[in-house]
Design a protein around this ligand. Structure first.
Ligand SMILES: [Ca+2]
Length: 327
């Protein structure tokens, strides 16, 4: 297990300082998400920029293969406006939409869940983008209760989550938002992260919103070589073979140090014990992605470390279970 001890020490010092130094808190009553008890089924909606990477597919597969934990409510396909090439534009949402459909087909779940297309990136602070994905999140959130909230896991930009909570802040007690904002190396100074850069307005809006928030800050260390996934993931059935073979589509996916970042969020929701986490004040984020810890917005949960091998073991175990169900 590799933990970033300097970061941990810094966080502990920060917490001590904050006990006396916070200049303002706009939302001291903000709910802090608690991982649900192990025997509880969770209503889950996954918001994913699937076509941008490979790790979203592993994350979605893990969720689909774990029905005793997740009552999946559907998916939202998200843009990847922060793409290094930046040429996909609005077509990026459609690419994510199609790839989520492809994965669900391989998983034997074609048509089982709604996949909604997400909105374009936000243009202003606290001003929602409109899209069917935003309204889908609102619809499923309103169908819940404070005791049985909708968990929305954003594996891409925060556009749809931020837009939903701005459109209807009254859903706050019926949702739990998990935002994959992984920036473990730069916390607590700033978050220079792909999903944040993909919609800076949305990330900033989310931090200051009333939504109960998990700032998911780990996953870079979830690595297995191509040879390792050939030996462990590929033999777990049709879905496992697809996930492994997908690595051939891009030399980057083949690398031994390739992180399977987004798988971490779903693994944490199944087994929180795989991770280390803290409850911290939810900071303000400035336009340059720096955090302001003097002006906070209640508290949030920050997950900042995850164990590598047990997470892969969990994935393989669940994929084998899915294979055996279909046999
Ligand atoms: Ca992603």
């Amino acid at each position: 297990m590799q933990y970033n001890e300097p970061v941990k020490a810094h966080l502990e010092n920060l917490a001590k300082e904050h006990a006396v130094a916070i200049a303002s808190d706009s939302n001291p009553g903000r709910l802090v998400p608690e991982p649900p008890p192990a025997d509880q089924r969770v209503r889950l909606l996954i918001d994913s920029d699937a076509a941008n990477e490979i790790d979203d597919l592993y994350a979605i597969a893990l969720a689909v293969a774990t029905p005793e934990r997740f009552a999946i409510e559907g998916f939202v396909a998200t843009h990847f406006a922060a793409s290094a090439f930046g040429t996909d534009g609005p077509a990026s949402t459609e690419k994510s939409y199609r790839l989520i459909g492809e994965l669900l087909d391989v998983a034997g779940a074609a048509g089982r869940w709604r996949v909604a297309r997400g909105a374009h990136p936000m243009q202003y602070m606290d001003w929602p983008s409109e899209g069917e994905g935003v309204d889908f999140i609102l619809e499923r959130a309103r169908a819940g209760t404070a005791d049985d909230p909708l968990w929305v896991v954003a594996l891409g930009a925060a556009t749809n989550l931020a837009s939903a909570i701005v459109k209807d802040p009254s859903i706050a007690d019926r949702v739990r938002f998990v935002f994959h904002a992984r920036s473990g190396e730069t916390w607590p100074q700033r978050s220079v992260q792909y999903n944040v850069k993909g919609d800076v307005w949305a990330a900033r809006t989310l931090l200051r919103s009333p939504a109960p928030l998990v700032w998911f800050d780990t996953g870079t260390n979830l690595c297995r070589s191509f040879e390792q996934t050939a030996a462990t993931v590929a033999p777990t059935g049709r879905l496992g073979t697809y996930l492994h073979e997908f690595r051939r589509r891009n030399p980057y996916f083949m690398r031994s140090d390739k992180g399977f970042f987004d798988m971490a969020d779903i693994a944490w929701m199944i087994r929180p014990g795989l991770c280390r986490e803290e409850v911290v004040p939810a900071p303000t984020m400035d336009p340059y992605l720096f955090f302001d810890h003097d002006h906070v917005h209640g508290r949030m949960r920050r997950v900042y470390a995850i164990e590598n091998d047990p997470t892969w073991d969990l994935l393989c175990q669940r994929l084998r279970w899915l294979r055996d169900q279909k046999a």
